[in-house]
Unconditional design. Structure first.
Length: 319
């Protein structure tokens, strides 16, 4: 079979780089589109073509033209921080909505067969009444980031119904694993790991009893590969093409801190700071729909935390 042409936006970043590698490993011809604002060149493996470009740039059309179009577009590039979205909603919309629309226009113009979109199950449901939360739950986002992700799904539904562009929306829970940036504002696992390695206190916002559904990046990769080839139902509504990617299990931030200390074999102080605006109290996703398509989160929290901590320690030793 002729290798497909796959474009992974944000493919020099944490999750996108793992996804790009997985496409390449199964023989696809892979391009990565990344402006390197948070992604890193060293995350892009040999054999993958890196194009340094903003997802909202007019030059994205030239990339599609020069490549002769892409069979698959996997869209990971995004503004992902809730606090940034609260502080600057227009920035969030420029990256997450204008960037998406730029890609969608190129995709429909050059005959893309499948558009895999990274949504967020952690924010579009707001504070849901039911946990684990199914895809059909009411959508009541509490941050501009959540609003932009939900609006993106509406745009995708429009492009499918009107232009015939086939898409899948993957609603991620809290993804963690190797390559997650411990110096940024997002990614509590990597931040805690980095501080543990240095023997520094862990800062917990609020009382620490807020809960999240932590899913390992390797399991998220397998969900992306499945979504790329999945037989899709008719796009009758927003939920038909949406799948939660999670474990279905809740872990408190306090519990996460204890688990990481156990993995690291050391204890440090924990400091509490005021809770942050726009952040949810609880988030846990129902994954029965994706499980019914043959996917499962195979990595336990303990194993995933151990791999992540080992990676961050190795990176610290190199530096």
């Amino acid at each position: 079979m002729t290798p497909r042409k796959v474009l992974v936006t944000g493919g020099a970043g944490f999750i996108g780089s793992h996804v790009a590698e997985a496409y390449r490993a199964r023989g696809e011809h892979v391009w990565v589109l990344d402006d390197l604002s948070s992604g890193r060149r060293e995350n892009v493996s040999p054999g993958i073509e890196l194009v340094v470009l903003d997802v909202g740039s007019g030059d994205v059309g030239a990339l599609f033209r020069e490549a002769g179009g892409f069979d698959v577009v996997n869209h990971h590039a995004a503004q992902i921080d809730v606090r940034t979205s609260v502080a600057d909603p227009r920035l969030d919309a420029r990256v997450n909505l204008d960037g998406l629309l730029n890609l969608l226009e190129c995709a429909r113009g050059y005959g893309t067969q499948r558009f895999v979109f990274v949504s967020s199950g952690g924010v579009i449901y707001g504070e849901p009444a039911a946990r684990p939360t199914p895809e059909t739950a009411p959508k009541l986002p509490l941050s501009p980031y959540g609003v932009s992700k939900l609006a993106s799904e509406h745009y995708l539904h429009y492009y499918q119904r009107v232009h015939g562009l086939e898409y899948v929306a993957l609603r991620y829970a809290n993804v963690y694993g190797p390559r997650q940036d411990p110096n940024g504002e997002a990614g509590v696992v990597s931040i805690f790991s980095s501080r543990l390695m240095a023997g520094e206190p862990l800062t917990i916002f609020g009382d620490g009893e807020q809960t999240r559904d932590f899913v390992y990046v390797g399991d998220v990769v397998t969900a992306n590969l499945l979504a790329t080839d999945l037989a899709l139902p008719p796009a009758t509504d927003l939920e038909a093409r949406a799948f939660n990617v999670a474990t279905g299990r809740e872990t408190s931030v306090n519990g996460l801190a204890r688990a990481l200390m156990a993995v690291a074999g050391r204890e440090v102080a924990t400091l509490h700071a005021p809770e942050r605006p726009g952040e949810l109290r609880h988030s846990c996703l129902d994954v029965r729909r994706l499980r019914g398509r043959g996917w499962r989160a195979a990595t336990s929290l303990g194993d995933g935390l151990a791999r992540t901590y080992e990676f961050i320690c190795a990176q610290g030793a190199v530096r």
